[in-house]
Design a protein around this ligand. Structure first.
Ligand SMILES: Nc1ncnc2c1ncn2[C@@H]1O[C@H](COP(=O)(O)OP(=O)(O)O)[C@@H](O)[C@H]1O
Ligand SMILES: [Mg+2]
Length: 145
């Protein structure tokens, strides 16, 4: 069976003015559908780099990532990445934070917004949406959208 996620020979280095930091080298593993994988290690061992590569935020220097047998570049929109901090925009409503990805992809149509409302209900977040705006950085439109 084709693994859900297949990583082979993955490598990545950061390049800065101070020099090169090899973050990951020759990482290989595969996960079947429904499997749960925890990546554990000390600070700086490359966990966030791995997640950024898997979600397409960084491009692998070496190796390959496959989802359902297809290269990552063909299936990037299937992947979500929950960061350590929420990184919500305080001046936007819950609804407009949740639908920001749709907005960027120009997919904020009735069908997609309907799905957003379903998910807000599922996670009991509808009651919080739309909240009063808390603050508005200079130059940004204010108020719930
Ligand atoms: N933006 C960056 N620029 C330069 N080096 C970085 C950057 N991000 C991470 N690193 C370095 O890459 C290595 C792996 O970091 P990271 O993936 O953040 O580890 P972890 O998430 O496990 O703490 C560390 O040595 C870190 O200092
Ligand atoms: Mg990290």
């Amino acid at each position: 069976m084709t693994p859900k996620l297949e990583v082979s020979g993955l490598g990545y280095s950061y390049h800065t003015m101070e020099g090169e930091t090899p973050a990951l080298s020759d990482i290989s593993f595969s996960i079947e559908a429904g499997e749960f994988l925890a990546v554990v290690g000390p600070s700086g061992c490359g966990k966030s780099t791995l997640l950024s590569l898997l979600s397409g935020l960084l491009k692998a220097e070496t190796g390959e990532i496959r989802i359902d047998g297809r290269p990552l570049s063909e299936s990037r929109s299937d992947i979500g990445y929950m960061l350590q901090r929420d990184h919500l925009f305080e001046w936007r409503s819950i609804l407009s934070n949740v639908s920001l990805g749709l907005e960027i992809q120009r997919k904020k149509d009735a069908a997609h917004i309907g799905r957003v409302h379903e998910l807000l209900d599922l996670y009991a977040l509808r009651a919080l949406s739309p909240p009063a705006p808390r603050s508005s950085p200079a130059g940004c439109a204010s108020g719930p959208r």
